[in-house]
Each structure stands twice: as C-alpha cells, then as structure tokens.
Design a binder for this molecule. Structure first.
Ligand code: SAM
Length: 231
C-alpha cells in the first residue's frame, strides 16, 4: 500500500512516521510513504499556496493550481495511477469509521490532500477528489494529523503490519462492539481486584464474560453501534 500525501508541512510527519507501527510497516515494505511539498508546485518567489476568498469573509483559501500541478506530475511521472483514490481530509467529509478503514485497506495506493486555512478551492474537490473524509465532528488546523490518523488505522489492518499479540481482531469496532476491559498483574492493586473469572483459567467462562462486558459497554456508551444498519 502506497500512501502519497500532499501537504505544505512535509516535516510534520517526521516524528509519528518514524516510530513503531508506521516505521515497522515501512521497513517491511508493507507500506510506502511519499510526502509531496505543495509549495514545490508554485511559481512565484514566495511559493504562495493561498489567496483571499471570492465573496469576501475571513481566512484564506488554498489555490487550485498547485494541487492540479502536483497531481499531474505524480501521474505523469508514474508515481500515482490515474484512477487511484484521492482523499481530501475535511470536517465536511463522511466520518472515518472502522468500516471506511477496511474499505481503503484493499486499495494499492491513496493520495491524501491536506488542507490548511479555510480549506481548498472547491474546484480541487470537484476535479481531483474522489472522497472527503472527516476524523470527527471538530475542527483542527490542518489535514496532516487527520491523514496520519487514517494512515495509522489502515496500516494496522494490513496483513503482517502488527503482530499476533497486538491483533486488531479483538479491537473495538472490529466485531461491531466496543472492547472489553483488560487487566494484567498484580491480581489486586489499591483495593481494586481483577474479576475472579479472569483468574479461573476457564476459557469458556472468560470468553463469555468478555463478550458480555463488551455488549454492556456498547449498549451503555454507543448504542448506535448495535443498530444493524452501518454504511
Ligand atoms: N473551514 C473549514 C470548515 O469549517 O469545515 C475548516 C478548515 S480547517 C481550519 C483546515 C483544514 O484542516 C481542512 O481543510 C482539513 O484539511 C483539516 N481538518 C480540520 N478538521 C478536520 C477534521 N475533523 N477531519 C479531517 N480534516 C480536518
């Protein structure tokens, strides 16, 4: 899986992509990451990527030309296939869920466009973008963190990216339920005891307890997940 990212802050990704999961997955060639500096596709000496909005109002809008130039260059140089998904991270997009993560985990490559300021000129969305994705109902300052969230979530479910011990199969949402509570040693800490059943060695009962706790937690905190219909 190749992740291409167009951003005005290429250095933003240095830390998170050089640790643990993403680093390991890159080293094992499970994923490849190409970071493209949008300012390389500007033509003025200030490398301008934004301009004032038509119609007035506050904030700046990201200009269309650098995005189109960057996209054309990626395609013409063979670094991106023409029909690969192009995802614009945006609060107005459809919500990122585990279902969406699995939809993207089967493609070969994705191009992410990271917005800044008030966002991108609508013609970038109309002409280049195949999907708009939001990481939640709140606004952050740029698409970089949102792209990282999506890349990390996709990478976790790629074959070989995480070890069996870290298996995502029991994670929240994978089964449609929230995760059950976890305990490790010691059996008692500050008067808080590990539930007896987990110390019993009875795997059937442990399985039952975990399933019930997961169900209870989901009913209590996210009853919407128990509705059958999910995109
Ligand atoms: N004016 C936009 C709005 O109200 O929807 C917000 C723009 S935001 C300050 C700048 C950029 O951050 C966006 O273009 C987008 O790329 C990114 N962004 C902010 N919140 C996001 C979210 N919840 N999910 C995905 N991307 C987000």
């Amino acid at each position: 899986m190749i992740f291409n990212i167009i951003t005005i802050f290429p250095g933003f990704f240095d830390g998170p992509f050089n640790h643990t999961l993403i680093k390991r997955a890159s080293e094992r060639d499970i994923i490849g990451i190409n970071i493209i500096d949008l300012r390389d596709y500007t033509e003025d000496k200030h490398h301008t990527v934004d301009d004032a909005p038509y119609g007035g109002g506050s904030g700046m809008v990201m200009k269309p030309e650098p995005f189109y130039k960057a996209y054309d260059d990626l395609v013409e140089s063979g670094r991106l296939r023409k029909h690969s998904p192009v995802v614009y991270l945006s609060p107005t997009g459809r919500r990122l869920t585990q279902t969406v993560v699995h939809q993207y985990a089967v493609v070969d490559e994705i191009l992410f466009l990271c917005g800044r300021y008030e966002g991108v000129d609508q013609r970038v969305i109309d002409g280049l973008v195949t999907d708009e994705i939001s990481i939640g109902d709140y606004v952050i300052s740029g698409g970089e963190l949102a792209a990282m969230v999506m890349i990390e979530a996709i990478t976790r479910v790629l074959p070989g990216a995480i070890s069996k011990e870290e298996s995502f199969i029991e994670d929240s949402f994978f089964s449609g339920l929230l995760d059950y509570p976890h305990y490790t040693r010691p059996p008692e800490y500050r008067n808080m005891k590990v539930p007896d059943v987990l110390l019993s060695g009875d795997h059937k009962e442990i399985e039952k307890w975990r399933r019930n706790r997961a169900l209870e937690l989901t009913k209590e905190r996210r009853p919407d997940l128990l509705d059958i219909d999910d995109d």
